[in-house]
Design a protein around this ligand. Sequence first.
Ligand code: NAD
Length: 472
Amino acid sequence: MSPGPATQSFFQNVMKNFDKASRYTIHPKGLLEQIKVCNSVYRLQFPIQTSDGEYEVISAWRVEHSQHLMPTKGGIRYSADVNEDEVMALAALMTFKCAVMDVPFGGSKGAIKIDPKKYSVNQLQRITRRYASELAKKNFLGPGIDVAAPDYGSGEREMAWIADTYATLHSESADAIGCVTGKPVSLGGIRGRREATGRGVSFGIREACDCVEDMKALGLTPGLSGKRVVIQGLGNVGYHAAKYLQESGCLVVGMAEREGAIGNPAGLDLEDVMKYRIGTQSILNYPHATNLARTADVLEMDCDIIVPAALENVITAENAPRIKAKIIAEAANGPTTAEAEEILLSKNVLLIPDIYLNAGGLVVSYFEWLKNLQHIRMGRIAKRFTETSTIHLVEAMERLTGKTLSMTEKRQLAHGPDEEDLVNSGLEDTLIVAYHAIWEISKSKHVDLRAAALISAIDKIADAYAKLGIFP
Ligand code: NAD
């Protein structure tokens, strides 16, 4: 994905935030330096044959930022605009994200420098398989080494190709498909992954809005009900975040997509806008909204919460002074530049940082990896047992009270958890626990939530390094 208007390197931006947070820790300078750097940067080029028989050289990367916990974990971006700096920044964010969320992985990221829309499915498959085999050859892919995942421009289809390529090269490994997450459910993927990031975004915003003290400081009422939200980007993350926020009582008053932005202070019906967009290929001129002059104007709308869910570097020193929202919920990776953040914090805006807020997909990917290593669908063993024992309990209560429930009522009470229930429960719990952990740090050290999340991450990573010692 092409960086937004800011000229500062994305990696520098991430490290500027790291430096700011590390001042609140007591770790040796050298150890902090070790945590900052990308441990391994693999830049590769390989040829593919084009449809007219010519050669085309494809550039790609895999960056393992930190190997303090193994395997490392990170998505693969397919984009013509990608560069090494961006992959390094995203790999570092993965390290911090894993640590904040207590997901026991180091961070990594990969990229293939192509516009996937310009290639046939057959060519994309050959590029993906060649990339996967190159990574496997150099030990940059594997269930215990480095676990790939989808990112911008890639999805379940590419992950299935990667799993199959790796499994073909490692036919002796029973865990081979654990080399990648975000696979189709029929190939070892997990239910609830597709919605996980957006769902996690809505949980994180809910936790923030439930804090009476913070809402009072912002001049807002606690809770999600009636909060006016603006969403930039209606892709996987933005759509699901909007869906769950709307279901929780928020009003989505503005939306932006590539083609433009629309607004309605009374609220927009997400599903209806999506249906309209499928019909017309655009959200513009949606009958129950007004078109905004420029797409980016959506960020400056009168609202309570902005959810940037498309690109990095979209909130900059240029537009930050005009932002009216009290809460910025970073669903995308790196949407706010460091300069913009300073301006917003001085305006008392609550910024819920990407390394916490959009980690829902990572959390559920961890569950998928566990499922692959365990070779069993979550809930498969306990579901019926839970249902039967709950029914026995209900029947015992019926005997004691002399009152009876219908079989339908009993079944509703006794619903045993299936895979999706467990995934959503684990996701919600992780988002709640992590929010309160970083909130406590933010209050005790008088820092913003991003600094607090980074302090939490730095402390955990430093502790791991200190206990690991240095080899040899
Ligand atoms: P996506 O491709 O599904 O959605 C992005 C959407 O943004 C697309 O619909 C695109 O048309 C739209 N868009 C592009 N330019 C825009 C513009 N200028 N204004 C408004 N909309 C624009 O991607 P995604 O998976 O939803 O990811 C979005 C962001 O969230 C990225 O920063 C990604 O790194 C981050 N993220 C994604 C996940 C995940 O699980 N998918 C997890 C963590 C972080």
